[in-house]
Design a protein around this ligand. Structure first.
Ligand SMILES: Nc1ncnc2c1ncn2[C@@H]1O[C@H](COP(=O)(O)OP(=O)(O)O)[C@@H](O)[C@H]1O
Ligand SMILES: [Mg+2]
Length: 376
């Protein structure tokens, strides 16, 4: 589509995000016509248990992967299409008014450290374009990786565009399955950096699931009921990933229960709630360490993602950081919607032939137009 076709029209975009927590799909409808993006609607669709189970299986090496992935690719796309349908119904906006859907896809493998680095998101964009009748931009991460980057984090460009301030040094902290930070110094000429600090919720989710068959620790109450154990923390903090300098990104491929068992072979000898408390402390300490090391002078840490509901984690962050800790809600963006909004923005960038990655963040050799376009 030539650029001129995009002018004088509305700037309505849909963002679709399902992160490493694999909890569900966040779909947002955003109007980018004004200087600040305006959120017109949000729809959350939890993954059915069976799909979630398949996705978790696909995240680790296993049997018959190609067949399983092929089936899941279409199943996930169908759920994405349902989410879009619900979102449009809810907002009363017809499909033909939407410029594009920015679809992150579901990551089932992210291996930036492999001999031939690769990353893989599923949720067939062809099916999504066909079912919704809307142009889809998908497969954002691989182009950054092809340009030598980590392929992540990608929401940083959106943070820099809309949440930076020239009067205070802000850090955006996303507490998803994994925690990632975006450092936004006041001086626009200094480079924005951002990286995954390590786990936010993924280990706590896995542990409570393993121990109590619950999918997450509501409000962090179970973690609060235990006592963090320094011995556990010492074993877990020895992980090399925490010491590596950025750019870096990670996922549940590394931080999972096998990792816990390898790092802490004696885990059976602790009270389960003490392990949960220690996993919560692991998340908060590694986040605090990363911020104190790379942004010691920051004024404000603005949090988003489902982990903002974990009050135990939020308390520990507040205690460990020398900055004001708050959520994006204060800036008119619900904490659980910002990632999806970033992918709506990335779709807009791509349609306008603008780059979406920040090389200072991902480590790519240059800024690139991300993703592939699947026409309506
Ligand atoms: N009420 C809650 N209390 C504590 N944690 C919560 C709550 N609601 C959601 N979460 C956490 O947030 C996670 C989902 O966060 P999200 O930002 O969607 O992550 P991702 O982008 O990785 O999918 C859940 O897996 C859970 O750990
Ligand atoms: Mg999620």
């Amino acid at each position: 589509m030539p650029d001129s076709d995009l002018e004088d029209t509305e700037a309505l975009y849909i963002g679709l995000m399902s992160g490493t927590s694999m909890d569900g799909i966040d779909a947002v409808l955003v109007d980018f016509a004004q200087p600040s993006p305006k959120l017109l609607g949000h729809h959350y669709r939890p993954w059915p248990e069976s799909v979630q189970h398949t996705l978790r299986q696909l995240s680790l090496p296993g049997d018959n992967e190609i067949e399983q992935m092929g089936l899941a690719d279409i199943a996930v796309a169908n759920h994405f299409a349902e989410s879009v349908d619900q979102l449009l119904r809810q907002t009363g906006i017809p499909a033909h008014r939407i410029q594009a859907i920015g679809s992150h896809g579901q990551t089932i493998r992210h291996r930036p450290q492999a001999t031939s680095p690769f990353t893989l998101q599923i949720g067939d964009p062809n099916s999504l374009a066909e079912k919704t009748g809307i142009t889809v931009v998908g497969d954002f991460r691989r182009r950054d990786m092809a340009a030598g980057g980590e392929g992540a984090p990608l929401a940083t460009g959106f943070h820099a565009a809309y949440l930076a301030s020239d009067s205070e040094f802000r850090v955006i902290l996303n507490l998803g399955g994994i925690a990632n930070i975006t450092l936004l110094p006041t001086d626009a000429t200094s480079k924005v950096i951002g990286f995954d600090t390590g786990p936010a919720n993924t280990l706590m989710d896995s542990w409570i699931n393993h121990s109590q068959q619950r999918s997450f620790d509501a409000q962090g109450d179970w973690a609060a009921s235990g006592e963090e154990q320094e011995e556990i923390l010492r074993c877990l903090l020895a992980e090399d990933y925490f010491k590596r300098p950025p750019p870096k990104s990670t996922g549940p491929e590394l931080f999972n229960l096998d990792w816990l068992a390898q790092r802490l072979p004696t885990y059976d000898s602790y009270r389960p709630e003490d392990i949960q408390a220690s996993l919560c402390a692991l998340s908060s300490r590694t986040i605090v360490q990363a911020i104190n090391r790379y942004a010691p002078d920051c004024d404000r840490v603005i949090c988003c993602g489902g982990g903002t509901m974990n009050l135990t984690l939020m308390d520990q962050l507040q205690q460990g950081l020398n900055a004001t800790v708050e959520t994006t809600a204060r800036y008119g963006i619900a904490p659980d919607q910002i990632e999806a909004m970033a992918f709506a923005w990335l779709a807009k960038q791509t349609l306008h032939k603008q780059p979406g990655n920040l090389p200072s963040v991902t480590g790519a050799r240059h800024a690139v137009i991300l993703g592939a376009i699947y026409q309506a």
